[in-house]
Design a protein around this ligand. Structure first.
Ligand code: UN1
Length: 488
């Protein structure tokens, strides 16, 4: 049993009130973590503000060198980190290793960026002028992260770019993954970041709310649409607080009749069921051209029946297609089951019905439906539940794909370049994949969505721009004051 601590100003500190962390595989309590109150949150933000004055004046190259140090530590401890992620989230071990690598890539990318050009030189209309753009840190960045990628998103996707750009960070991990949060703080500590530059406070949504309402400058949030909306409201009413929010999705894979069917089935299977569909980019919809529907279904169902469900470290996956662990909590399982009940009640064509399993374990449900205005087709379920939706013409595929409030990721399987171009231009999505599924983003690309999926585009590579003010600087070299645009 771990007794967690906050990490403030370079020290690991006990709390007053504690909450329990439960292992989703066996429902045992595996840790107790401090729930931070308003007073503490405000104190930490004050410390981070003070530390930022020194941190921003260290050269970017030097700030980058801390990340080199951090990378070495992540590499050295990758087995321990992956095992901890699996224990805490129920994620299959292979997925946890991939997450560690995703985090490592973000830290490496950040280190690389530290020696790359920063800002831009912009030609002026007037030859006597020199103009350029510099990047100024916003100040203190709050990182409020989700449980599904607790290491990569929590520790690196937002925090690393924020720090490199000269901000300091107050990190609040999800209350469902405090252990990984704590390990992240240990890594930053061991890598030698100066005191107060990276801080961790544990807590639930209430602590998060205190952090959002505190004297913070920017909030990097990944989580639900409801919370994201609240954060945006707080920012709108503040003087100058900004935020970047990565929220829900109802991502999809679209399969055209000319696609390589085996590749398409593989793309669909991974997008629907990896991590039990608990990725924000998971495909809740497989939109398949009617002319190949029967062939697709036959292959897909055969593969979907071979999904292995077991504890994350299990080795029961011999002939299986994908191995998945439990979902994150009993509440989440109940939420998923409510959607499944609705799908059953409304006479959809159920192709695979999830079995009754113990604890947080839940197996895939697959159903077929024409496109209609139903919550289970349009809302994010965040579980291993997928709809197969037929379409006839390319315009139908576009209409169906776009007919949700979300727009995060889309996988499109086709070999026709005309279809590719039209889909690329017409689908509302922040990430578009061809002959792939909707999962598998890389750290050095921007990660984010459109419509209700994303706001302020600030995850992975896109974070560097979200956490700075771009300031235009102009020098006059004439002996008189000059104006552009013919102004006299
Ligand atoms: C998320 O879905 O919450 O694209 C993040 C992927 C990952 C990142 C997903 N690399 O599958």
């Amino acid at each position: 049993m771990i007794k967690g601590k906050n990490y403030i100003n370079g020290e690991f500190i006990d709390g007053n009130i504690y909450f329990d962390k439960i292992n989703p595989s066996d429902l045992e309590i595996i840790g107790k973590f401090p729930k931070s109150d308003k007073l503490l949150v405000e104190e930490v933000v004050k410390i981070a503000k003070n530390s930022q004055k020194l941190w921003k004046n260290i050269s970017k190259v030097k700030r980058g060198e801390y990340f080199d140090n951090l990378c070495q530590r992540i590499s050295r401890r990758k087995d321990e980190i992956a095992h901890l992620i699996s224990k805490e989230t129920g994620k299959n071990l292979n997925e946890s290793y991939a997450e560690v690598i995703e985090a490592l890539h973000m830290a490496q990318f950040t280190f690389g960026k530290s020696r790359m050009p920063s800002g831009e030189i912009i030609p002026s209309e007037l030859s006597e002028r020199d103009s350029y753009v510099i990047r100024k840190p916003k100040g203190v960045v709050a990182v409020i992260s989700p449980w599904n990628f607790p290491f990569a998103i929590g520790g690196f996707w937002c925090a690393a770019p924020s720090l490199l750009e000269g901000n300091t960070v107050v990190f609040k991990p999800s209350e469902l993954t405090p252990m990984t949060g704590q390990l992240i703080a240990e890594l930053y500590h061991e890598a030698g970041f100066p005191n107060g530059v990276f801080n961790l406070i544990h807590g639930d949504g209430e602590t998060g709310k205190y952090l959002v309402e505190s004297d913070i400058n920017h909030i990097c949030f990944t989580g639900s649409v409801e919370v994201g909306k609240e954060i945006r409201k707080v920012c709108a009413e503040s003087r100058d607080k900004t935020c970047s929010c990565e929220m829900g999705s109802k991502s999809a894979v679209i399969v055209f009749e000319d696609a390589d069917l085996d590749l398409a089935v593989q793309a669909c299977l991974n997008s629907a069921f990896k991590l039990s569909g608990q990725r924000c980019v998971s495909a809740g919809r497989l939109i398949v051209q009617r002319s190949i529907l029967e062939q697709f279904k036959e292959k897909f169902i055969e593969q979907a029946k071979k999904v292995y469900i077991g504890e994350p470290f299990g080795d029961g996956c011999n002939d299986c297609t994908i191995a998945i662990g439990p979902v994150i909590s009993l509440e989440q399982k109940e939420r998923i089951n409510k959607y499944v009940d609705m799908i059953k009640k409304e006479q959809n064509d159920i192709l695979i019905l999830g079995d009754e399993l113990n604890g947080c374990f839940i197996s895939p449900t697959v159903f077929q439906s024409e496109w209609k205005d139903k919550s289970y087709l349009k809302e994010e379920i965040f579980g291993p539940v997928v709809a197969i939706v037929p379409f006839d013409l390319i315009d139908d595929a576009i209409r169906i794909y776009n007919d949700t409030d979300y727009g995060l990721a889309v996988g499109i399987c086709t070999n026709n370049y005309r279809i590719m171009r039209k889909m690329r231009d017409e689908c509302d999505a922040g990430m578009i994949y061809f002959n792939l599924g909707s999962i598998g983003a890389e750290s050095s690309l921007p990660f984010g969505g459109v419509k209700m999926s994303g706001y302020g585009h600030g995850s992975a590579a896109a974070t560097f721009d979200a956490v700075v003010h771009q300031v235009a600087v102009t020098y006059n070299h004439a002996e008189i004051v000059t104006f552009p645009q013919g102004l006299k």
